[in-house]
Design a protein. Structure first.
Length: 194
């Protein structure tokens, strides 16, 4: 039994050729073009993600280089402050007594605060200096002391005496920083806040 007992006509051959071309085109689209486009889209998405990550890393590098530059500048200037281990209250008292010397002063210590391993020793300080130059010297010595210290809320008022002399009364807050690394906790230290 012959299935194809006759020859195809030219019209049928053209239709078969067109059908084959359409099938080849569909096969190409389905098995080559579509997967390649999907791969390209995925590669572009990965490229954008990597470019974003690269920008983030480059900004971190710039920030770290800036921080390293600041550290190098401070190290080279010889004005590096340390963050001593807890409990440094005796040394802070000695520093304040040394800096304030014979000036009339009053110190109020607040409770220490703790954030993880960082300890903050807050004080309120009031002193009277005979001149603005003396006041500036005291503030400069506190700010540039060997212990890490942040001075804030500074207010000054000039006092005129009856003999025509002037003095300066200064109120300020200062925070001395300490660390629990190498320190020993005591009952005066609050629990760590994470």
């Amino acid at each position: 039994m012959k299935i194809l007992s006759r020859d195809f006509t030219v019209k049928e051959k053209i239709l078969l050729l067109l059908l084959c071309l359409v099938l080849i085109g569909l096969a190409y689209y389905q098995f080559i073009d579509k997967p390649v486009r999907a791969s390209i889209a995925q590669a572009n998405a990965e490229k954008q993600a990597l470019e974003l990550e690269l920008q983030t890393v480059q900004s971190k590098i710039v920030q770290l280089e800036k921080m390293q530059s600041e550290i190098d500048t401070l190290t080279n200037s010889g004005k590096v402050s340390i963050m001593p281990s807890y409990n440094n209250s005796k040394e802070v008292n000695e520093l304040l007594n040394k800096v304030l010397g014979r000036l009339g002063y009053a110190i109020t210590f607040s409770n220490v605060t703790r954030s993880g391993d960082q300890i903050r020793r807050n004080i309120s300080l009031r002193f009277t200096a005979p001149s603005y130059a003396t006041m500036e010297r005291v503030l400069d010595q506190l700010a540039k002391s060997e212990y890490r210290c942040l001075i804030g809320n500074v207010s000054c008022s000039q006092n005129n005496s009856r003999d025509g002399g002037t003095s300066v009364t200064v109120n300020l807050t200062a925070t001395f920083y300490e660390t629990m690394v190498g320190g020993t906790a005591d009952p005066g230290l609050p629990a760590a806040n994470q």
